[in-house]
Design a protein around this ligand. Structure first.
Ligand SMILES: CCCCCCCCCCCCCCCCCCCC(=O)SCCNC(=O)CCNC(=O)[C@H](O)C(C)(C)COP(=O)(O)OP(=O)(O)OC[C@H]1O[C@@H](n2cnc3c(N)ncnc32)[C@H](O)[C@@H]1OP(=O)(O)O
Ligand code: NDP
Length: 591
């Protein structure tokens, strides 16, 4: 029994589980027809688990798993903060967008967490140590740094390249992790939509399998939390909190791809992914299945966030550090480059702030470890069913926000036209993207510079093409498990680990999101806004002048070629003249 696990909770052995008061009141959680009963797992696995987890080689781990539960009447569950006190946590993908926010929130809200082990690889000429040190200097960690300047001592980097056998973790590190880790959060993945299948499979599926094997060697593991995506099953319109049968048995796919060269894999990829739009969603679906396969040996929770956006509240509103998902679209629109896109104005834009996902993740870690649900619980972390907001509304708020807080050196004034009609979109691409790009590149050539706008648009069209699948249709996610989890939290936890998106004010969120892209992705200074506004005014005047010249030019061409155009022109001019004379005469009379 580990007294340090939590001060207020009753710490009890698993063998006591089923007879324990709170556990007997098993939660029946509706999840797409499947029944999950918290506590039931104890009964089912009593004989194995009361004598410790089996490791991969079948040897029994020496120590029994501690279990926290509310036992006798009058005792209470550990709060989330209390639960993480004294715990050692393993995080993959900690250098990524979501991982960083998870690390920050753990350090902030669970200051007594014992250690955060993070799997990191050297990258882009930077050593693992250098990367972690840079990460901790990031503005995201300001409040943590202020509260505890030594916070970095809790972060223990472990060198790991997830695509390598055994995750390329040294035997010493494996020993270390096996001995101390209590909770695993698996966030690492390739989230690229154009990832070759072999690589996506390697990282999203095989690395997950490797991590699960490592987890089984951890003597004190209480929960394994896997981050999936709400779009893993985007080939369905209604998505329950269940794991659907995989499109193919992962083991068979892995074996088949092993002997194929890259060209062959590329050829069969469309056939394999079928009605999914990319290798990302396909491999994430396979990963869910792979994770679920271990549910008899591990306490597992799966979180499926939808489109993860900037932070809503924590550590401050609008934190974002990448171009993924909608962020790149917002920036391109704010720069006045992107002016048309295929999206359904009336479809729900299922954005979810990153801090909501992280708060839910920590709550799921707590719930999975403390309640030990009988089977893997899936949490659809979405906003559309609870507080819907639509792409048309997003477009309106993004554009108006960037007009109020413009980005520096915009190409054109922000203005957008989203449509679900292919032909209309093609028309606007021609008129609003290609034509201005051609003119600008011509201008650059005349100035002796290298043309660049057409190249930028080609890249943008490729990126947008990959996103349109998600912005052109609606999905409906069941989120009963989220509601169930919320009902399990104390009022304090509900505030500190807030994942209730009913409170989210979308226009305010979008405004902060746009400002966040300016400040943290583009590193632009807010003090430059007056100059940026001045630049937009200049662009507007250029546009008016250009439009006027264009009309005059076209009209001149018509007049030169058509008698009818000349007649209309004389008629309009004489009409204007008559009006002017009339107004002059009437104003002379009144004076
Ligand atoms: C008309 C305007 C109206 C505005 C309002 C309407 C809004 C509609 C928005 C619709 C958005 C829909 C979003 C749906 C997202 C669904 C998400 C599903 C949820 C998930 O589970 S996963 C997370 C999402 N994943 C992604 O978003 C990844 C997508 N990205 C890619 O797959 C690749 O990046 C891409 C697009 C294929 C490009 O590849 P490549 O050309 O190789 O470029 P790199 O990625 O290597 O990037 C090079 C360099 O450029 C930067 N970059 C990337 N994207 C952009 C961008 N859009 N604009 C500017 N710069 C960009 C990137 O950071 C790299 O910079 P470095 O400095 O690192 O070199
Ligand atoms: N962003 C989104 O909109 C959504 C994300 N998700 C899921 O959330 C999770 C986190 O996503 P997000 O933070 O946005 O993704 P990021 O791309 O920002 O982060 C990915 C993380 O995985 C790590 N990683 C990738 N390849 C390797 C490798 N070969 N070896 C070691 N580490 C590696 C990256 O490390 P490095 O820094 O070294 O590259 C990085 O830390 C993913 O599982 C994703 O599927 C789900 C729904 C939406």
């Amino acid at each position: 029994m580990r007294a340090s696990v939590c001060s207020a909770a009753v710490v009890c052995r698993r063998t006591r589980g089923p007879t324990d008061g709170r556990r007997r009141r098993a939660h029946r959680i509706p999840a797409g027809g499947g029944k999950h009963a918290a506590g039931g797992r104890n009964q089912r696995q009593l004989s194995t688990e009361s004598s410790g987890h089996l490791d991969r080689s079948g040897e029994q781990a020496t120590e029994k798993q501690p279990d926290i539960c509310s036992g006798a009447a009058g005792s209470r569950m550990a709060s989330i903060t209390e639960y993480y006190a004294g715990k050692s946590v393993l995080i993959t993908g900690a250098t990524g967008f979501m991982g960083k926010v998870l690390v920050e929130k753990l350090l902030w809200s669970c200051p007594n967490v014992k250690a955060l082990y993070i799997l990191v690889r050297p990258k882009a000429g930077q050593s693992m140590e250098q990367r972690v040190s840079d990460m901790m200097k990031c503005k995201l960690f300001d409040r943590v740094r202020e509260a505890n300047p030594d916070f970095h001592k809790k972060i223990i980097p472990i060198s790991s390249e997830l695509t390598q056998p055994g995750l390329s973790i040294s035997p010493e590190d494996v020993e270390k992790l096996s001995a101390c880790i209590n909770i695993v959060f698996h966030c690492a993945a390739t989230i690229r939509f154009d990832e070759p299948l072999k690589h996506a499979l390697q990282l999203n599926v095989i690395a997950t399998q490797e991590l699960l094997s490592l987890a089984q060697r951890m003597h004190h593991l209480e929960a394994f939390i896997h981050i999936s995506t709400a779009y893993a099953n985007c080939n369905r319109k209604h998505i329950d909190e269940v794991i659907y049968p995989p499109p193919v048995e992962p083991k068979k796919l892995i074996e088949s791809l092993e002997w194929m060269d890259d060209g062959m894999v590329q050829d069969i990829t469309p056939r394999l992914i079928g009605d999914r739009p990319n290798t990302y969603t396909y491999t994430k679906a396979l990963a869910e299945y792979v994770v679920q396969q271990e549910q008899d040996k591990l306490n597992i929770g799966i979180i499926r966030p939808s489109i993860v956006g900037a932070s809503w509240q924590e550590p401050f509103p609008g934190w974002i550090d990448n171009f993924n998902g909608p962020s790149g679209v917002f920036i391109a629109a704010g720069k006045g480059i992107l002016r048309t896109m295929r999206a359904n104005n009336d479809a729900v834009a299922d954005l979810i702030p990153v801090d909501v996902v992280v708060n839910l993740t920590l709550a799921v870690g707590w719930y999975t470890a403390v309640h030990r649900p009988k089977t893997t619980l899936v949490y659809n972390c979405t906003s559309g069913g609870i507080n819907p907001f639509h792409w048309g509304e997003i477009e309106h708020h993004v554009i108006s926000s960037f007009k109020r807080n413009p980005l520096e050196q915009a190409f054109r004034r922000p203005n957008a036209n989203i449509t679900s009609n292919y032909l209309i979109n093609q028309y606007w691409i021609l008129v609003s993207h290609k034509f201005p790009a051609l003119i600008y590149d011509l201008f650059l050539r005349l100035c002796g510079q290298k043309p660049q706008m057409m190249r930028i648009f080609n890249r943008l069209h490729k990126a947008i093409g990959l996103l349109e699948y998600f912005s052109s249709q609606d999905w409906e996610w069941n989120s009963d498990n989220i509601s169930m989890l919320m009902s399990q939290l104390t009022p304090e936890d509900r505030t500190m680990f807030n994942f209730d998106v009913r409170q989210l004010n979308w226009p305010e969120y979008i405004e902060n999101y746009c400002i966040g892209t300016k400040k943290y992705v583009l590193n632009e200074d807010m003090s430059d806004i007056p100059a940026a506004r001045q630049h937009l005014r200049k662009l507007r005047n250029i546009r008016y002048t250009f439009n006027t010249l264009l009309v005059v030019f076209i009209w001149r061409v018509f007049i030169a070629r058509s008698q009818m155009a000349r007649n209309i022109w004389y008629f309009v001019v004489s009409l204007c003249f008559k009006f002017l004379s009339y107004f002059r005469a009437s104003s002379t009379l009144t004076n």
